[in-house]
Every structure is written in structure tokens, then in C-alpha cells.
Design a protein around this ligand. Structure first.
Ligand SMILES: [Zn+2]
Length: 276
């Protein structure tokens, strides 16, 4: 199971997520009641009623779904502690006529146990899950995003306990840039986003959606070479090889990311990484 996280991005579980009878069914059409099996990451978990929880799950083939886990807050729940946020699970669900699925079973694929020993790693996991849930909030399938999230959670789990603030911030921004790429929102970095000039790129414009040259810099903010290089490197390298950059460059990159998301997706996400 675990190996899948480092496998090829787009291959994750199309039909694996449905029983044999409904493998070909388009989940965006009216649901036919029945069982659904899928891998999922628990993005969020909210108390509901006396003993239940509503979960936001991110799945390879159905995007983000909401499900109710009944009785999960009881001491002797059959789900044990397997439906906690940031768990990667193999879920069994029942799909009714409504939007909310019902969790009928869950097995742990990866609990990321070290995350819970490190408050900052846990916080970074929360921000990663929040960004996925908000950038990809529909049932549209993005198996690559599911894999990316699994890798990011595994990395945060691996690095838990290490005291490397700048490296972690670089990792969190790299993850966010890759999410933007998957959403079709990657900033233009190769040439001026306004006029196409390839030299003298001095600023970043959220409205233009990328770097801008000295002639087009009105309305932009400064983006230094280091920040520019960081963003290009982050988009071009694997998640676990996030480029290193200084605090100032990371701050500029984060501002560029935020401006792009705000202009082109009308989204204001939490900062990718909590201030020290
Ligand atoms: Zn220009």
C-alpha cells in the first residue's frame, strides 16, 4: 500500500475505488446507492450530534467527499482511532441518495504517527490538507493530487522532530506550488507574464499571473533572483527535493503564491507554514 505513494502520479486507483458493479459509473452523475471502496486521506473531522463525526475525505477517483462516521466518538467505536485527521485509510463507504456518504469500515494505510509528536509538523499537515480541500473541493478526480498529498504527509511524518524551520517552510511552499500546477494555476516564471521579455525580470504580478520585467512592473512587487529560482526549482523537482532558500526569498515566493491564488482562483489560503 505504502509503495503507491511514491509510484507514478496519475496511476492511482481509478476502478480500485469502486466495487466491481459500479467501476464504470461516473461519480458526478446521480449516485446509485451502494458500497464504495476507496483509499482516502482524512482532511478534516468535525463533531456531529452525540457521537458522530462528519469527515472530509480526499480520494483518488472521487476528489473530495464528505462522509458521516456514526458512533465514532464512543469509547468502543468499531473504527478505533482510524478516522483521525491526516490518516491515510482504506475506506468502505455506503453511498445513498444524498451528498453525504456513510463510513462502514476503515483500515489504516498510514497513520503518520510521528506527526502527532511534533506540533509544527502537525500544523503543516493541517495546512496541507486545508489547501487540498479548498483548491480541489469538488468530486472531480485528481489522482495526482491524492498522491501528492500522501507524499507530503509521509514527508512531514518522516521529518517530524527535526528542527529545520527554513527547510520545512520551503517544503510547504513547494507542495503548494505543485498543487497550483495540478490546478492549472502555476505562475508563469519563464518570461514576463505581460510582454514575454526574458531578461530583467524584477517583479511578480498576481494579476498577470507571473514574473514581470522592468517595463511592466507597475502594480507588481519585487521578486528577487533567489525567490524566482526557488519557485522554478520547486515546480521542476520532486517534492522531497525542495530547493533551499533564505527567509526573504521564501517570503517573496509565498507572497507570489498568495497573489496568484487570490487573483486567479479567488482563494485566500492560510499561510503555508506557521510563523516561528
Ligand atoms: Zn514585460
Amino acid at each position: 500500500m505504502r509503495g503507491r505513494a511514491s509510484g507514478a502520479p496519475a496511476a492511482a486507483g481509478e476502478s480500485r475505488s469502486s466495487g466491481p458493479g459500479n467501476a464504470a459509473r461516473d461519480p458526478r452523475l446521480d449516485p446509485v446507492p451502494g458500497p464504495v471502496k476507496t483509499e482516502a486521506v482524512v482532511l478534516r473531522s468535525m463533531r456531529y450530534g452525540e457521537a458522530d463525526r462528519i469527515l472530509h475525505l480526499y480520494t483518488p477517483a472521487r476528489g473530495r467527499i464528505s462522509a458521516i462516521a456514526k458512533g465514532v466518538r464512543r469509547a468502543r467505536s468499531r473504527f478505533g482511532g482510524r478516522l483521525e485527521p491526516y490518516f491515510r485509510i482504506q475506506a468502505e463507504l455506503h453511498e445513498g441518495r444524498g451528498e453525504l456518504l456513510t463510513v462502514t469500515g476503515a483500515q489504516t494505510v498510514d497513520a503518520h504517527p510521528r506527526l502527532r509528536t511534533d506540533a509544527r509538523a502537525l500544523d503543516a499537515a493541517a495546512r496541507a490538507c486545508d489547501a487540498v480541500g479548498r483548491l480541489f473541493e469538488t468530486g472531480e478526480p485528481h489522482p495526482g493530487v491524492f498522491n501528492l498529498l500522501c507524499r507530503q504527509l509521509a514527508l512531514l511524518d518522516e521529518q517530524a522532530g527535526a528542527d529545520e524551520g527554513a527547510a520545512r517552510r520551503a517544503g510547504s511552499l513547494t507542495f503548494r506550488l505543485k498543487l497550483m500546477l495540478a490546478a492549472g494555476l502555476a505562475p508563469q516564471l519563464g518570461a514576463c507574464a505581460s510582454c514575454g521579455e526574458r531578461e530583467h525580470l524584477v517583479g511578480f504580478s498576481g494579476a498577470a499571473g507571473g514574473v514581470v520585467c522592468a517595463a511592466c512592473e507597475a502594480g507588481s512587487f519585487p521578486l528577487g533572483e533567489e525567490a524566482h529560482g526557488f519557485m522554478a526549482g520547486a515546480l521542476g523537482r520532486p517534492l522531497n527535493e525542495a530547493p533551499a532558500a533564505g527567509e526573504q526569498a521564501l517570503t517573496q515566493a509565498e507572497r507570489a503564491i498568495a497573489a496568484t491564488l487570490e487573483h486567479h482562483a479567488h482563494l485566500r489560503l492560510m499561510p503555508a507554514f506557521a510563523a516561528a
